[in-house]
Ligand binder design. Sequence first.
Ligand SMILES: [Zn+2]
Length: 406
Amino acid sequence: MSKSPQSNPKERDFSLVNIGQLVTNNSSLGTGELGLIENAAITVVAGKVTWVGASSAVDSSLPKVDAQGQSVLPGFVDSHSHIIFGGDRSQEFAARMAGVPYSAGGIKVTMAATRAASSADLKANAQSLITEMYEAGTTTVEIKSGYGLDIETEKRSVQVAAQLTDEVTYLGAHVVAPEFANDPDAYVDLVAGEMLNACAEYSKWIDVFCDRGAFTGQQTKKILEAGISKGLLPRVHLNQLEQGDHIQMAVDLDCASADHLTYLTDQDIQTLARSQTVAGLVPACDFSTRAPHYPRGRDLLDAGVSVSLSPDCNPGSSYTTNMPFSIALAVREMHLTVDEAIYAATMGGAKALRRNDVGHLSVGANADLVLLTAKNYIHLAYRPGVPLVQKVWKNGTLMFTKGDQG
Ligand SMILES: [Zn+2]
């Protein structure tokens, strides 16, 4: 998704005027942490933000787009998705809702469908999910492999992901492949060896599902260190299913994010607060799996931890691409303020991907803009389930207009 859309650069030059309320996420440009400007305008040249200020002071030489008093914010940054897969697990979802507990083993159902799918089919499925993301305001997405669990399919998965985003994550360590059920350490050796060698050139990140039924802390450390030695940057799934004791390891390895964190001790929160590791919260997954509770988002923010929000789109435990839904859950269920949830969905995601060109609308940032059909961004949490995104630009190119069938 962060691949630049192909178009004439001149078509990208415009000013968006008459913005009722602009979220810049730059407190030096406006009020509060969100850097709010009322009656604002923003100018875009060659895909970048070139000026932000009062609508009355805008450069009149650029073509104008009229926001008609509605709210504008930076495109959402989704730092955690699993959208390279075949098949569908609607039956498993229905069974889970009827009382069957979620376990990491369901991943193998998707594995079989993914191995059987062509790369073209995997790409088409992922592209349809990315279209949904645009429709809900997401303009940057990280995409993981992890449903191949063999060298050939993991390689195809990161190759497909690399055609769709710059933020590709190699997740050969999603679960132990069934062929290695009796020798998980041999699978760890494969993931940290030959499979890594096949996938590294297409990947920026390496990730491991460190949890009950997936990988131990020791196995996780071995795999992440192997990836780091190949030039990949680490991130990790932790503490979704039970209270583990590996937060310190994630911080010591300088993981850009530790994701899920449904179970956290006070000590874990303090450890994160002293680190650069972002707490990647995925409340739609806790929602969809009917987890016993949501992550301690309020406590994380109170301790000074950077927090990101992501729908965690995947076919098993959270089959939604919708960031506004995650914002609504974060506010309702994790007691983030609306401002904190908006910040987490934009700047938080950028921090989790260690990007400084997205997630905010300062001069020089990518012109990734979301125009709402609402006077202010609070509506994103206040009106859950309502499609409030009117237009979306990525790098200054219009990617979505509500009601446009084209
Ligand atoms: Zn995940």
